[in-house]
Design a protein around this ligand. Structure first.
Ligand code: SF4
Length: 248
């Protein structure tokens, strides 16, 4: 049996010359167990949903419903399921944890400090993500290298030692324009918020539109120091957080 490090190295080497669909197919062929695609319904994720669904790949769809998403995101969720005949399984935060957090730091306490914001991301995203990926061997995400400086250091394929699974970013080398062109050319439904200048869409209270020329992720947690923008969803091979925003 191929060692996991060899498998990751092989998939990574192949990925450089493959299309996004071929990368997804290669991951599916390489792993016998469940593979989960976590979507937040951004334009990148919609492109990947289209690829998985139209190719009929055995990869399940999951999303983290934090309870603070935009109404437009819920509309797109329903539209996407209807369009592709798929089900996107939601993972909600634990009710007791949300109740305790809200009591302790207030309903919008995430604006008050980085610690309070991280507590909220832990309760509403990280704990549900752990359940979404429980039992999976593979994890597909819509990360792109050019979304932020921090993401440049990632790869097509990596082994997430903390979660014990192989992680694939099939459109890692796409630009945002690539994703937009792909969805337009293939009539893929996209979030109406993108047309309002919100490029990176997460929870409603933590997302704002950006001005022309601003970095794509400037609209996330904009009140915080740039260096502290991380939500913990993406962990590097060394177990450390990769300095990213959230894909949700
Ligand atoms: S993005 Fe904002 S509302 Fe969503 S989980 Fe994080 S802190 Fe909470």
């Amino acid at each position: 049996m191929e060692a996991i490090s060899d498998l990751v190295a092989r998939l990574n080497a192949q990925a450089a010359d493959q299309s996004a669909l071929e990368r997804l197919q290669a991951l599916r062929a390489a792993l016998p167990g469940p593979i989960v695609f976590t979507t937040s319904f951004g334009v990148e994720d919609q492109a990947i949903t289209h690829l998985i669904a139209t190719a009929g790949l055995d990869i399940s769809f999951a999303t983290l419903d934090t309870g603070r998403l935009f109404p437009q995101t819920y509309d797109l969720w329903a539209q996407t399921e209807a369009c592709y005949g798929i089900k996107v399984r939601p993972f909600f935060p634990q009710a007791e944890a949300v109740e305790a957090m809200t009591t302790a730091q207030g309903v919008n306490g995430f604006y008050d400090s980085v610690d309070a914001r991280k507590t909220c991301c832990n309760v509403r995203k990280l704990e549900p993500l752990a359940r979404a990926l429980s039992g999976a061997q593979g994890w597909v995400t819509g990360l792109r290298a050019d979304q932020s400086d921090h993401r440049q250091g990632l790869a097509f394929v990596s082994y997430d030692e903390v979660r014990g699974l192989v992680k694939l970013n099939p459109i890692f080398d796409w630009t945002r324009d690539d994703a937009a062109a792909f969805t337009a050319a293939n009539d893929v439904p996209v979030n109406t918020l993108h047309a309002q200048g919100i490029l990176s869409i997460g929870c409603a209270p933590c997302t704002r539109a950006i001005a022309p020329g601003e970095p794509e992720r400037a609209g996330r947690w904009w009140w915080e120091d740039e260096a502290k923008k991380e939500c913990g969803l993406h962990v590097g091979p060394d177990g450390r957080l990769t300095r990213t925003g959230a894909p949700t």
